[in-house]
Design a protein around this ligand. Structure first.
Ligand code: SAM
Ligand code: SF4
Length: 319
């Protein structure tokens, strides 16, 4: 089993299936450095399936597909179907910008995705366009409703809070939980990549977010599916829940239960560290074993993440 020297049990794998995206979110895309990976460098479906099959032998139970935008990966539903058949995997989820849910939601559901996270940082169309570089606000809102109608459960909304950009919308975004059975999760802005727009001043801490929300009404603690780093709350009459995720102000490294795989097949023990183990030579040339790669990744999981900029932008890691 994947248990490190700090007793952290690793059972969750986030797999990024592409570094490409149809959005250009200002905090993630960071266009100045990144060149799209060539197709030959990106893991093929069979390779991802081999990794997951093998990883279940060491205790991986939960998989999240992400990107870039995972729904841009051609025939992603075929990969989902294959992963869904692997015994040992008890949870298969996806993080998306929501753009393609209208067209693809049903396919994803029947392929085996049970729950879904959708990113939405603002309820203002103009701001949405400024943030993402694309005119797709209504389409994403529709995608959220379709995800609910199709019965994905839970449907979580990821909000990255940036001071001076969307901190004035915290309450309005949280109020979505009064009307819809959503989990709205506020995430502190992280300095991933050569992030020229990040500075400590524009991080809005979860403490600050909570106090804004409690001015409206006291929050009651509650739980979320599968644990995870979010502290969960609920307003008394709300049908949805509110999550607060604090990678910056309150580390949750001692509870970290995950490893990541980048689209080009690098096993990454920590989001904030550029230490990576290349799985492609194992998969393509038979050099070494996946087992030894996973167990060495464990050794390189830091006790606490350093708060530094990383070489890879978020779009090429997978959030
Ligand atoms: N394209 C999909 C999406 O946007 O949901 C999946 C990939 S995206 C990299 C995954 C998540 O990472 C999104 O919720 C996004 O908001 C978040 N993210 C990206 N850059 C971030 C940053 N610098 N700080 C905090 N969260 C970030
Ligand atoms: Fe694309 Fe998601 Fe990054 Fe936005 S956050 S640029 S949608 S990968």
């Amino acid at each position: 089993m994947l248990i490190d020297h700090l007793g952290r049990k690793i059972e969750y794998l986030r797999i990024s299936v592409t570094d490409r995206c149809n959005f250009k979110c200002i905090y993630c895309f960071l266009s100045q450095n990144w060149k799209w990976l060539p197709h030959s460098e990106i893991l093929r479906f069979e390779e991802i399936e081999t990794i997951v099959r093998e990883a279940t032998k060491f205790g991986i139970r939960r998989i999240r597909l992400t990107g870039g935008e995972p729904l841009l990966r051609k025939n992603i539903e075929f990969l989902i179907e294959r992963l869904n058949k692997i015994s040992g995997i008890t949870d298969l989820s996806l993080t998306t910008n929501g753009f393609f849910l209208e067209e693809m939601g049903e396919k994803l559901k029947s392929a085996g995705i049970k729950r879904i996270n959708i990113s939405l940082d603002t309820l203002n169309r103009k701001k949405f366009e400024k943030l993402t570089g694309i005119s797709a606000f209504e389409k994403v809102l529709k995608g959220i409703d379709i995800a609910l109608d199709l019965g994905f459960n839970p449907v979580k909304i990821n909000v990255v809070v940036i001071r001076g950009f969307n901190d004035d919308e915290i309450l309005d975004l949280a109020k979505l939980t009064l009307e819809k059975p959503l989990e709205v999760r506020f995430i502190e802005f992280m300095p991933i990549g050569k992030n020229h727009i990040w500075n400590e001043g524009n991080v809005v801490t979860v403490k600050e977010i909570k106090s804004i929300l409690e001015k409206f009404e006291k929050l009651n603690s509650t739980s979320s599916f599968g644990g995870g780093p979010a502290k969960m709350f609920k307003w008394k009459d709300a049908i949805g829940k509110i999550g607060l995720i604090s990678p910056i102000s309150e580390h949750f490294c001692d509870k970290c239960n995950r490893l990541r795989i980048t689209p080009d097949g690098k096993l990454r023990p920590c989001l904030f560290s550029d230490y990576e183990i290349n799985l492609k030579p194992i998969l393509r040339e038979g050099e070494g074993t996946l087992e030894s790669a996973f167990f060495s990744a464990l050794k390189f999981k830091p006790a606490r993440h350093p708060l530094n900029f990383t070489l890879r932008p978020m779009i090429a890691i997978g959030g």
